[in-house]
Ligand binder design. Structure first.
Ligand SMILES: Nc1nc(=O)c2c([nH]1)NC[C@@H]1CN(c3ccc(C(=O)N[C@@H](CCC(=O)O)C(=O)O)cc3)C=[N+]21
Length: 277
């Protein structure tokens, strides 16, 4: 039976370490969160981030904007936050309402305050192996592997999913850790042929039941990044957890796996931003 990779506990340890370090700083780090519209899921995520900030001794500034906010209004707020000295990190909660151009908005955030690491400057720095901030979800996965002494070097790593936020940067970080990486996606024929070779398998698609036990090699490390809602309205990942945990050596649960570490790595990035100033 697989070891359960406890992202929730690891995130708690991370927050405690950060809170400790914050007491040694001469000023309080600050995060500005912008939420456009009132999607209930987004509201919950944002309130969780504010709780995390409070636990770490960070200030958080919440900016709620109406769903019909114009791009000019949003860019004006970001411009002001870019020059506000109390603000070390800026997070624009995604997705944005359809009439707003996410790419434009992300590019308007000052790279040194881009704690999501979504700005092309930070994406470029990471892809060159000289990151300022790491993207929170893939960096959270790397932190889990490290905490459990799972060595990536020389391993066959298979990532399912090629998004800018998870799949692509996940592949890069695993490559930089000397893994041999294959990125699979919705157009990959015979997905199981690839996944069965994986020593480390990362699923980041967003489709419940995608990874079945017969697609996983005995003793593989299985990381589930997805956050789907099942028919009963509960959080679930892409991996058939109950079946796969009988085959894998290590597995992340959903919830309680990668999600909490995504939030913990955001806090790390805010701390980094504050220390660099
Ligand atoms: N600019 C931006 N940055 C983001 O990082 C970002 C975003 N927009 N938009 C939405 C997604 C989603 N996301 C989650 C992170 C952690 C959990 C999390 O902690 N999940 C818990 C369960 C939910 C809970 O307990 O609240 C878990 O997996 O255990 C969930 C969702 C960040 N996102």
């Amino acid at each position: 039976m697989a070891i359960i990779l406890d992202g929730k506990a690891l995130a708690e340890q991370t927050r405690q370490r950060i809170a400790q370090e914050v007491t040694t700083l001469s000023r309080q780090p600050g995060l500005a969160v912008i939420l456009v519209g009132d999607d209930p899921a987004s509201r919950l995520y944002v309130s969780n981030k504010e709780k995390d900030c409070a636990q770490c001794g960070f200030k958080s500034f919440e900016h709620r904007m109406a769903a019909d906010t114009t791009e000019a209004e949003l860019l004006a707020l970001i411009a002001e936050l870019n020059t506000n000295d109390d603000v070390d990190g800026i997070l624009v909660q995604l997705p944005l309402p359809k009439h707003l151009n996410e790419e434009m908005v992300i590019q308007s955030i000052a790279p040194e305050k881009d704690v999501d690491a979504f700005h092309p400057y930070n994406v470029g720095r990471m892809s060159q192996g000289k990151p300022v901030f790491l993207p929170c979800t893939p960096a959270g996965v790397m932190a889990i592997l490290k905490a459990y002494d799972i060595d990536v070097a020389g391993k066959d790593c298979v990532v399912i999913g090629r998004s800018n936020i998870v799949g692509k940067p996940m592949g890069m970080l695993l490559t930089q850790a000397n893994g041999t990486v294959t990125i699979c996606h919705s157009r990959t024929p015979n997905l199981a042929e690839y996944t069965k070779r994986a020593d480390i398998l990362v699923a980041a698609v967003g489709r419940e039941g995608l990874v079945r036990a017969d697609m996983v090699k005995e003793g593989a490390v299985v990381i589930d990044v997805a956050m789907n809602r099942n028919a009963a309205g509960k959080f679930c990942g892409d991996v058939d957890f109950e079946a796969v945990k009988a085959v894998a050596s290590h597995i992340t649960p959903v919830p309680g796996g990668v999600g909490p570490m995504t939030r913990a790595l955001l806090l790390e990035n805010i701390l980094t931003a504050a220390k660099r100033k």
